[in-house]
Design a protein around this ligand. Structure first.
Ligand code: ZN
Length: 107
């Protein structure tokens, strides 16, 4: 039975950081599909009612009184804190401003 000759002339595997590896597994094809569908159904960020996860509870903060076009789908309870990745109940559409405020202060 012919055996494949081991090759010693291959490039070393590309090394990913731990975070890159985590992100790749969290944000693969399934996530992109869900995100696209979610933002299609929730295209506006309600900037006066942004949900944040604080002290193991979900509360609502007001970033501003207007509403803007949502550009990001955010996990209300971050995955790093036990939030469900693919649960629509844990998702919200946000504009850049609200996402920035939320992640800086609360995530
Ligand atoms: Zn907003």
């Amino acid at each position: 039975m012919p055996q494949k000759t081991p090759s010693f002339n291959t490039k070393p595997p590309k090394v990913k950081t731990f975070k890159q590896a985590q992100d790749a597994s969290r944000y693969g094809h399934q996530w992109k599909k869900l995100r696209d569908s979610f933002i299609k159904h929730h295209p506006i960020c309600d900037c006066s009612r942004v949900k944040v996860y604080h002290q193991q509870r979900i509360k609502t903060i007001s970033v501003a009184q207007d509403k803007r076009q949502a550009v990001l789908v955010d996990h209300i309870q971050p995955i790093s804190r036990g939030g469900a990745n693919y649960d629509v109940e844990n998702l919200q559409s946000l504009c850049y401003r609200c996402h920035s405020v939320k992640t800086k202060k609360w995530d």
